[in-house]
Design a protein around this ligand. Structure first.
Ligand SMILES: NC(=O)c1ccc[n+]([C@@H]2O[C@H](COP(=O)([O-])OP(=O)(O)OC[C@H]3O[C@@H](n4cnc5c(N)ncnc54)[C@H](OP(=O)(O)O)[C@@H]3O)[C@@H](O)[C@H]2O)c1
Length: 52
């Protein structure tokens, strides 16, 4: 399944990681995709940053 998560905070980040672990494709939407928080989350879920 392809799942969009809006926001890369605690809740959004945790959901994104769990969905990835469950084998889904996840797109995370964040206001500041190159912020430290977003970059850290991208590193955790092992994906790229997509179009900024
Ligand atoms: N964490 C918990 O254990 C917990 C438990 C119960 C309830 N909640 C509730 O769940 C919600 C999220 O909690 P959290 O811990 O994940 O908070 P958080 O880490 O501070 O994340 C907040 C999220 O809201 C987004 N956001 C904030 N202001 C925004 C705005 N003006 N426009 C668009 N997006 C905005 C942020 O987007 P960006 O990613 O773009 O910055 C971020 O994704 C809160 O309402 C909190 O009270 C949390």
């Amino acid at each position: 399944m392809i799942i969009a998560v809006i926001g890369s905070g605690n809740v959004g980040g945790a959901l994104a990681q769990r969905f990835i672990q469950a084998g889904h494709t996840v797109l995370v939407g964040a206001r500041f995709p190159l912020s430290e928080k977003s970059v850290k989350l991208a590193g955790k879920i092992g994906k790229d940053f997509g179009p900024g």
